[in-house]
Design a protein around this ligand. Structure first.
Ligand code: ATP
Ligand code: MG
Length: 261
């Protein structure tokens, strides 16, 4: 019995997950467990392997080796079941600029095989939650970036998935919109959804229940923001991130010219 309960509470699990591109290892033997209802922050410098990992977890890319489950489905053999159970907002999310917000949501609902009745019921919940009512019939191109990102979240979650992968959802968005966006993420988690989110904004990492820091394909730290800061004796996730990544990297040119003294 306890095993069944423990198994149920895992939304994402990987074991020795590895992805190579030719001789280059982008994701290097990743072991991860993300719990249902958790906001899991996936941090790492450019090129660390975050998007590659997310693509594997979303069933869009196969690993070179290793195993994993998402929503209980095997990433190697059940990618279609995974795609039905998750929402994915890609780093370069795609909305049709010349369509209205409503038409974009209808398009994505169509991809998920949702009929008009189911979509209408879903919009009754989604539109007030994302405060999209005033924007539904506007052409998407006319919206500021912060609103486009809300629409992208609405599109990624129109089928009400249990797990949502958001790859840099707040890139290029002003601080007020970013703050509001994290209110939405919090709401998703409170309603029982699992949120797997990447960000380069270290203030956002503080809103996550747990974070992992990835560098050169490997996880170099994993835990709650409070625990990780306490263990390192550092005041902010920004300080922690910089110290971890510097420690993990061979000496190279830095802001002081690359010398160590
Ligand atoms: N299809 C591909 N072919 C070859 N190399 C790739 C491919 N996709 C990704 N890579 C390489 O794998 C590494 C990891 O890329 P990835 O996009 O996963 O990083 P990331 O952590 O998401 O970075 P960013 O923060 O810039 O989005 C990079 O060095 C990238 O150039
Ligand atoms: Mg990326």
């Amino acid at each position: 019995m306890p095993d069944v309960a423990a198994e149920r509470s895992i939304a994402v699990r990987t074991r020795a997950l590895t992805r190579k591109f030719g001789a280059f290892t982008a994701v290097d033997s990743l072991d991860l467990e993300v719990h249902e209802g958790e906001i899991f922050g996936f941090l790492g410098a450019n090129g660390a392997g975050k998007t590659t990992t997310i693509k594997i977890l979303c069933g869009l890319l196969l690993p070179t080796s290793g195993t994993g489950t998402v929503a209980g489905f095997d990433i190697l053999t059940q990618s279609e079941d995974i795609k039905r159970s998750i929402g994915y907002m890609s780093q370069k999310f795609s909305l049709y600029d010349d369509l209205s917000v409503r038409e974009n949501l209808e398009f994505y609902a169509g991809l998920y095989g949702m009929g008009p009745g189911r979509l209408a019921r879903r919009l009754d919940d989604l539109v007030p939650r994302l405060q999209l009512a005033d924007h539904l019939d506007k052409v998407t191109a006319s919206l500021p970036m912060g609103w486009k990102q809300r629409v992208a979240v609405a599109a990624a979650t129109v089928h009400d998935p249990a797990i949502v992968f958001l790859d840099e959802p707040t890139g290029g968005v002003d601080p007020v919109s970013r703050r509001a966006f994290w209110g939405l993420i919090d709401g998703l988690a409170r309603s029982g959804k699992t949120v797997f989110v990447t960000t380069h904004y270290m203030d956002e990492a503080e809103y996550c229940h747990r974070i992992s820091v990835m560098n050169a394909g490997r996880i170099i730290a994993l835990g709650s923001p409070a625990d990780l800061k306490a263990q390192a004796g550092l005041a902010t996730i920004q300080d922690l991130f910089l110290s971890l990544v510097r420690r993990d990297q061979p000496a190279g040119p830095g802001p002081h010219g690359g010398t160590s003294r």
